[in-house]
Design a protein around this ligand. Structure first.
Ligand SMILES: [Ca+2]
Length: 327
């Protein structure tokens, strides 16, 4: 399909993760529709170890018709402040469905490191690439430390990160992507003044249900991606319900998909200009994100933070775009 818009150049940093996979599927649908160009995918230690996140991303890109997109391996990080989340996403980060997909074409052992790819791509196309982060910020911080100012070369940085006026998901106060490597998060939050932050305050409302997955699946029941979407939803639903994340609904929370909603369906989110800080020291609050809610002039705002979402419309357009990926 010809699009009247220039496709948006997007580089995704990710740690698949069931909800990361939904974001990657959505992005590939948008790329097929001519709305997005996938510059590269960088993977990182997070939900599961770096090798598994690499393999999951590589498989998902291959099976959907984007085998040529370079996948980067995570910058090593072994001092994480919280446990990984294999208990939520399966040991392979993809609901233990890895064997149902063809072997990845790209190999972890020979892949380039994520920070090298980030630096190269941003230097090549200053001001043109949107960075989408779905994971702990280890790779972005490594790139910024290697070449200070490099993150300013992105057109924008759109992050699933943080928890402000709601509980965290790894501690009472902290969200996983920040808490896993809060020093890295701090580097990124100090890198520029216009970060787009999409926190748990909005993502906790994004419950992709078994019925939505069935609706997508039934449009192309013979399609292997349709089967995969349905099976992954089934797996993720079980752990989400065991942890009482979905208010009893039979589904799971597609946190990371919110980033694509911001970019392509911005009417689904309402953002607040804010000065965001990351707590890197607190005995009880390490990894918490904070913003100043007082009615005062903002001296050093560094972010736009989403605190309201139209979840019904967001989930509806996600399901419709997933159907387009299958056709
Ligand atoms: Ca993620």
């Amino acid at each position: 399909m010809n699009s009247p818009l220039h496709p948006r150049k997007i580089l995704v940093d990710t740690d698949p993760g069931g909800d990361d996979i939904f974001a990657l599927l959505w992005l590939q649908s948008l790329a097929k529709q001519g709305l997005a160009e996938i510059v590269a995918i960088t993977t990182v230690d997070g939900n599961v170890r770096a090798k598994y996140t690499f393999n999951a991303a590589s498989k998902i890109l291959s099976v959907c018709g984007f085998p040529e997109v370079e996948i980067g391996r995570g910058v090593p990080f072994h001092e994480q402040e919280v446990e990984d989340a294999a208990y939520i996403h399966g040991a392979d980060g993809m609901g233990n469905l890895s064997p149902t997909l063809p072997e990845p074409i790209q190999q972890f052992e020979t892949a380039r490191y994520a920070d090298e790819i980030l630096i190269e791509k941003l230097n090549e196309s200053p001001g043109e690439i949107t960075l989408v982060t779905l994971a702990p910020l280890t790779n972005l911080a490594a790139a910024e430390r290697k070449q200070p100012g490099i993150l300013k070369q992105a057109k924008e940085i759109v992050m699933m990160a943080g928890a402000f006026n709601c509980p965290g998901n790894v501690t009472p106060h902290a969200e996983f992507n920040i808490a896993y490597n809060s020093e890295a998060a701090n580097v990124v939050f100090n890198s520029r003044q216009d970060l787009i932050v999409l926190p748990m305050d909005v993502t906790m409302q994004l419950i992709f249900t078994e019925l939505m997955a069935l609706d997508v699946y039934q449009t192309q029941p013979e399609n292997p991606i349709a089967k995969f979407i349905f099976s992954l939803t089934q797996f993720m639903k079980k752990t989400a319900m065991a942890y009482k994340e979905t208010q009893g609904q039979k589904g799971f929370i597609v946190h990371d998909a919110v980033t694509l909603a911001y970019l392509f369906y911005p009417e689904t989110l309402l953002l607040r200009r804010a000065q965001v800080s990351v707590e890197t020291q607190g005995k009880y609050t390490r990894g918490k994100t904070l913003l100043d809610n007082r009615h005062l002039p903002k001296n050093q705002p560094n972010a736009f933070v989403a605190l309201q979402v139209d979840a019904v419309n967001l989930l509806a357009v996600l399901a419709e775009d997933l159907k387009r990926l299958l056709s």
